[in-house]
Design a protein around this ligand. Structure first.
Ligand SMILES: C[S@@+](CC[C@H](N)C(=O)[O-])C[C@H]1O[C@@H](n2cnc3c(N)ncnc32)[C@H](O)[C@@H]1O
Length: 264
């Protein structure tokens, strides 16, 4: 028997066939379209996909979303209130299934991680991992990270940004969907405190070159490597799921570690 709550034998109390349009798949859990049309962003860096959610992930979404979940609905956000303390906050965009996120949260309990993705099974998985490992320094946000940055966060709110293995959008006509570009960095520069770190990693070499180019030429960022170029993978970044898949295909992984400049 499948353990997916989307399957025919599913214990899902609100299967898609009887659920009114726009109603949440998981009552009390993440909303289908938290920002609605008001904050719509036409060019998206992610592909909307309807994915199977296991019973365990569905259970975590129902049980833990009210405590640790956040819908990206465009409303102003106070990070101190969200986490219940004033520890530094790092934003991770696109955590996938969240294994690396949970690892980093466990290794560094003095840092709060605001982890954003639109991928429902991953949201459930990360909530489960946080619960199982007693991690109280993770909050899981559902929706487009651009709306979170643009509408919900104040200047200098963040201590760091992590973007690990963002969708590479290899086709030329899709390059506009890539997350790491100059306009995105303008927004990040404003929300990141001076000295805050931007850490990116990718296994797609043309995208790595684009990242290096836009970060190196942006006036608000400086490379943490005085000689420039890519950084060795820092010890604090575990191998991620997508990275593992890329390495199996023989891809080369590049890390980029830049700092928001401090103006004197
Ligand atoms: C290729 S996966 C990488 C996942 C994970 N970091 C890893 O390395 O295994 C990229 C993830 O970024 C998410 N994503 C892309 N653009 C996003 C955005 N604007 N806001 C939130 N999540 C986004 C996608 O949904 C996807 O789960």
């Amino acid at each position: 028997m499948s353990d997916s709550i989307d399957s025919a034998s599913s214990p899902d109390p609100t299967p898609a066939a009887v659920r009114p349009k726009g109603a949440p798949r998981f009552p009390g859990g993440p909303q289908a379209d938290p920002a609605g049309s008001h904050f719509e962003r036409r060019i998206r860096s992610f592909q909307p996909r309807r994915s199977r959610v296991t019973a365990g992930q569905g259970d975590a979404l129902r049980r833990l979303w009210p405590k640790w979940g956040l819908d990206i609905d465009g409303r102003a956000l106070r990070l101190g209130e969200l986490f219940g303390d004033d520890r530094p906050v790092v934003l991770e965009i696109g955590f996938g299934m969240g294994e690396a996120t949970a690892r980093m949260a466990a290794d560094d309990p003095g840092t709060n991680i605001l982890a954003v993705d639109v991928h429902t099974p991953g949201q459930g998985n990360l909530l489960n991992l946080a619960d199982q490992h007693g991690l109280t320094n993770i909050r899981v946000a559902n929706g487009d990270a651009i709306i979170l940055l643009r509408e919900m966060l104040t200047p200098d709110a963040l201590d760091g940004l992590r973007v690990y293995f963002p969708d590479p959008w290899p086709k030329k006509r899709h390059h506009k969907r890539r997350l790491i570009q100059a306009e995105f960095l303008d927004l990040v520069a404003d929300r990141l405190r001076p000295g805050g770190l931007v850490h990116c990693a990718t296994d797609w070499e043309p995208y790595a070159e684009q990242m290096l180019d836009v970060l190196s030429t942006h006036p608000e960022f400086e490379n943490t490597r005085p000689e420039g170029g890519y950084a060795p993978r820092p010890e604090f970044r575990p191998l991620t799921r997508f990275e593992g898949q890329g390495l199996e295909k023989g891809h080369v992984v590049n890390d980029l570690l830049f700092r928001r400049v401090q103006h004197s």
